[in-house]
Write a protein that binds this ligand. Structure first.
Ligand SMILES: Cc1ncc(C[n+]2csc(CCOP(=O)(O)OP(=O)(O)O)c2C)c(N)n1
Ligand SMILES: [Mg+2]
Length: 180
């Protein structure tokens, strides 16, 4: 296991995979990390078609550092830096990472999953497995976006936080395979 600095996971994973191509390499990134601080990293790794897997844990918030507005906050979602809720006129629009990466030729597999129910958890496992199998079959890069919760920063119970994902985030970030 290698711990890279925030935003550099795709570059670190690229280096490991290129030097040790027989190793299975996957990286784990949050939304503040992958889609904000490290946006350039994921785009270029995907454009290069690196043979790595990325699991993107999107809880639509900078959880560890106090709950600031993230690049994927849903419309109207409240955060510590956006206490009245996200207003596109002031805060802009959420970035749909998988759809953006799907404009590139490099990624072989892109999916978004919402493990907010037993069926969603099964789909999440299947998506991760497909991503990992693609890497073993050496089919360019792949990314699975997992819609996640942050009950602490969202000020919700764990159950209500999962409901929030389904009712507020999922419509803007629909679950499903974006590229096989
Ligand atoms: C280059 C860099 N900038 C800022 C930070 C401070 N930092 C640590 S965690 C974090 C928030 C990360 O949010 P996210 O990736 O969404 O993960 P979460 O806490 O929500 O799981 C920030 C800004 C850092 N560690 N490195
Ligand atoms: Mg986050």
């Amino acid at each position: 296991m290698i711990e890279g600095v925030a935003r550099r996971a795709p570059a670190v994973a690229t280096g490991v995979k290129r030097v040790l191509p027989d190793r299975f390499v996957w990286a784990y990134q949050g939304d503040g990390d992958l889609a904000s601080i490290g946006t350039a990293e994921i785009i270029h790794a995907a454009a290069r078609g690196e043979n790595i897997s990325i699991v993107f844990i999107n809880n639509t918030t900078y959880g560890m550092t106090g709950g600031a507005n993230g690049p994927n906050n849903a419309y109207r979602q409240r955060s510590t830096t956006c206490p009245s809720g996200r207003d596109p006129a002031v805060n802009g629009y959420p970035i749909r990472v998988c759809e953006m990466l799907a404009t590139l030729d490099g990624p072989s597999y892109l999916a978004r999953v919402a493990p907010t129910s037993p069926a969603g958890i099964v789909k999440d496992k299947a998506g991760d497995q497909h991503s990992f199998e693609n890497q073993i079959a050496a089919r360019d890069s792949r990314s699975v976006e997992v819609l996640s919760t942050c009950p602490t920063q969202w000020r919700l119970s764990p159950i209500d936080a999962m409901k929030w994902v389904d009712t507020n985030i999922d419509p803007g970030l629909p679950a499903g395979r974006i590229r096989r």
